[in-house]
Ligand binder design. Structure first.
Ligand code: TXA
Ligand code: MG
Length: 348
């Protein structure tokens, strides 16, 4: 299939508006459009059309037992497709539009291909102006997983989307993803109970102001044999570069000492503060600046972009520090342990 591009859709120009209008039409008649959101790029189709959902799974190479998120233009539309609750309304008021996805009981209008047969559906209202305009132009909710081929890191730039999906979708809209990892997903378990299924730009600490938050077991760990999966996506290999990634546990001194002893061709996703020392390493590692050690939001913003870039550097292995698990770092930790296939090295 020939993919049409609008690399910089500008909603202030007639050309930009026409591009979004065409994209909306493609969605309405059952086609696929990749679009930017504030988290990562999405691979969108009409959420009310079972065939469109089927095409999404095919384009991504995704197993069809892993359900899709539906994207709406305004949180009030959630009531059309799901059974909402007071807690949902309170969360929506505080966090939507934005990087929060809420799992709610699905109404029958949502096809089973979208929910992968589950009785629930995940709902999100993105804040990115292009995403918002596209949903409005389509006039239907948009089912969209992250716009990567199944297994690889979610794309956060136009170039990375093209690497994965050129020729597999009808249209690609470009733009910036300010957050850089996928949305926080919660399931509402009662008026005062939330389960965090996937950490993201909204932290458990922030959600804790609204309800008691329980972390799903798969957030911090590999699922144990036979353990029940609460979010189907958690059981799949995810976010992984092809080059093996190793996470170093330990303080800066211990990690640097470990890296000092490494030979061969390797890459390091290093904190800005640690780059200077690594520049004089005798093995001349390929260095990537992950952002300041004190700025987890910058690190999140760069992580998926750098994992893809590090993969192209032709190295035998990639190293990065194991992040903490509080605040925004929890999302980094969750993505990085998966990207590393849980390979953690103690350097202390
Ligand atoms: O930021 C995001 O959420 C991006 C952008 C495009 O919106 N989307 C995204 O979609 O990350 P995806 O499909 O890559 O990840 C959605 C995750 C999957 O792990 C899936 O298993 C889970 O949400 N999920 C979807 N519906 C669910 C449900 N009803 N119950 C539990 N988990 C669900
Ligand atoms: Mg994904």
């Amino acid at each position: 299939m020939k993919t049409e591009y609008v690399e910089r859709p500008d909603l202030k120009t007639e050309e930009g508006i026409q591009g979004i209008r065409r994209a909306g039409e493609i969605i309405r008649r059952g086609g696929l459009v990749v679009f930017p959101t504030e988290t990562v790029f999405g691979l969108g189709g009409n959420a009310l059309d079972a065939d469109a959902a089927q095409k999404i799974y095919a384009a991504k190479g995704r197993p069809s037992d892993n359900p899709l998120i539906i994207h709406i233009a305004d949180p009030s539309e959630a009531a059309l497709y799901t059974e909402t609750s007071d807690l949902f309304v309170r969360l929506a008021k505080r966090f939507m539009p934005g990087p929060l996805t809420v799992v709610l009981p699905a109404k029958p209008v949502i096809p089973k291909t979208v929910t992968a047969g589950l009785p629930t559906v995940a709902v999100r209202c993105p804040s990115h102006p292009v995403a918002h305009a596209l949903i409005a132009a389509a006039g239907v909710p948009i089912a969209a997983p992250s716009a990567n081929l199944s297994g690889s890191p979610s794309p956060t730039t136009f170039a990375h989307v093209k690497e994965d999906l050129d020729g597999r979708v009808d249209m690609i809209l470009g733009g910036e993803c300010s957050i850089g990892v996928e949305s926080t997903i919660v399931r509402i378990d009662g008026e005062n109970e939330l389960t965090l299924l996937r950490p993201g730009g909204i932290t458990p600490e922030e959600l804790g102001e609204f309800a008691r938050v329980t972390l799903s077991a798969a957030v911090l760990d590999k699922l144990k044999e036979g353990e029940r999966v609460q979010s189907p996506g958690m059981k799949y290999k995810h976010y992984a570069p092809k080059t093996p990634l190793y996470l170093l546990r330990g303080d800066q001194t211990a990690r640097m000492r470990y890296l000092d002893a490494q030979t061969g061709k390797f890459a390091v996703l290093a904190y800005t503060e640690e780059l200077a020392a690594l520049r004089f390493h005798p093995a001349s590692p390929v260095l990537f600046d992950l952002g300041s050690v004190t700025d987890p939001s910058e690190q999140l913003h760069r992580l998926f972009f750098l994992l893809r870039e590090a993969d192209k550097a032709g190295c035998e292995r990639i190293y990065a520090a194991l992040p903490g698990t509080t605040g925004l770092s929890l999302a980094l930790y969750n993505r990085m342990i998966r990207a590393a296939a849980y390979q953690i090295i103690d350097t202390n």
